[in-house]
Write a new protein. Structure first.
Length: 164
C-alpha cells in the first residue's frame, strides 16, 4: 500500500466525500492558508518548493512516524447527519489518548487514498473511510510541533443572546 501511495500525488485525488468545498471562501480560506504558511514556514519549506511540499504531505501516509495508526470508517448508509457523531467520537478518542500521555493527529488526508486503503483493509462495501489517526508520543522538539495555530476571538464565531 505504501509503495502505491508513494508513487502518486494524492493532494488532488478525489476523496469519497468532499473534505473541503471548492472554492473555499472568507475566513475559512484565510485560516486554512495561514495555517499552511505557518506549518511549511516552520519546516523551512518555501512556497515554490513543490517537491518539498509534496514530500511533507506524503508524511501523512507514514502516520508521521507514529508507532500506531488507526483507520476510522463509518457505515455509509448512515449519511452525513451521523458524521457529527463520528466527529465527537474522534474528538473523545484524541482527548482520552491525551489522558494516557499519548498524542494524536487526526488525518483526513487518508480519505484521498480511500480506494487503496479500502482495498488493503478489505473493507466491506458499506464502510466508508473517513480519516486516519496517528497515535504516539509527539516529538515536542520537532519544528512541525513548534508553533501554535492562532485562535479566533470568541466574538468571531459565537453570538450570545439574552445576556444583556
Ligand atoms: C478531522 C481532522 C482531520 C485532519 N486531517 C489532517 C491531515 O490529514 N493532515 C494533517 O497534518 N493534519 C490534519 N488535521 C490537523 C491535525 O490533526 C491537528 O489537529 C492539528 O495540527 C492540531 O493543531 P491545533 O492544535 O493547532 O489546532 C486534521 C484535524 C482534524 C480534526
Amino acid at each position: 500500500m505504501g509503495q502505491r501511495i508513494a508513487s502518486e500525488d494524492p493532494r488532488h485525488s478525489k476523496s469519497e466525500y468532499p473534505i473541503y468545498p471548492e472554492p473555499m471562501w472568507g475566513a475559512y480560506k484565510e485560516r486554512r492558508e495561514a495555517h499552511g504558511v505557518q506549518l511549511y514556514g516552520s519546516l523551512g519549506i518555501s512556497r515554490n518548493d513543490a517537491a518539498g511540499r509534496l514530500a511533507q504531505y506524503k508524511k501523512n501516509f507514514e502516520f508521521f512516524d507514529a508507532p500506531v495508526g488507526l483507520f476510522i470508517t463509518i457505515d455509509r448508509r448512515l449519511g452525513p447527519g451521523q458524521w457529527a457523531d463520528l466527529g465527537g467520537y474522534i474528538h473523545a478518542l484524541a482527548f482520552l489518548a491525551r489522558g494516557h500521555g499519548l498524542d494524536t493527529c487526526p488525518q483526513e488526508a487518508w480519505a484521498r487514498v480511500y480506494d487503496t486503503v479500502s482495498h488493503f483493509l478489505k473493507l466491506p462495501d458499506n464502510e466508508m473511510l473517513f480519516c486516519g489517526m496517528a497515535i504516539g508520543y509527539g516529538d515536542r522538539r520537532h519544528k512541525a510541533n513548534d508553533f501554535r495555530s492562532p485562535r479566533a476571538d470568541l466574538s468571531e464565531f459565537c453570538t450570545f443572546l439574552g445576556f444583556d
